[in-house]
Design a protein around this ligand. Structure first.
Ligand SMILES: [Zn+2]
Length: 160
């Protein structure tokens, strides 16, 4: 990614300018999107998927043969906290596992994406007396989600 190395400032600027805060902590690319939903940068010779650029610009090494994958399933999302480097088959497997195409969007869908460690963290903090609204705000999750997770209504398979 030699091209990107010296264009990093421009990329970072673009990512900042062309994005808005979305639901669940997602940062949504507002620039051009490919038909498949992924954000796309085409700027003065730079041509790269927006989420891939975001990950690289944050200092993560993304080899050409690996994918920048979304934990959040929001393809236009460029929040590096929601991205990880994985193989193409990993990406596909994750996609299948999360049934991106079949599940309705919304809280329940989002809930299923919270990692086990986050679920445990939510319950730990809730038991320690933290307000659900405070936890929700910090994690960018709807308070109702925190409430249901705290009470074990959702993600009951995650035990302490
Ligand atoms: Zn996201």
């Amino acid at each position: 990614m030699i091209v990107l190395a010296d264009r990093m400032q421009q990329i970072l600027m673009l990512l900042r300018e062309k994005s808005v805060a979305g639901e669940n902590g997602c940062i949504l690319w507002t620039g051009y999107r490919q038909p498949n939903g992924y954000g796309w940068i085409n700027y003065r010779g730079i041509r790269i998927a927006a989420h891939r650029a975001a990950l690289i610009a944050s200092g993560v090494d993304v080899p050409d043969d690996l994918d920048a994958c979304h934990r959040c399933d929001v393809r236009a999302c460029i929040n590096t906290d929601h991205l990880y480097v994985g193989t193409r088959s990993q990406n596909m497997a994750d996609c299948t596992a999360r049934a991106r195409h079949n599940k309705p969007r919304g809280e329940h869908h989002w809930c299923s994406k919270l990692s086990t460690s986050v679920v445990l963290e939510i319950r730990r903090r809730w038991r320690a007396g933290e307000k659900q609204t405070a936890i929700a705000k910090e994690l960018g999750v709807h308070p109702a989600t925190i409430s249901r997770i705290s009470r074990g209504i959702w993600r009951s398979e995650v035990s302490l």
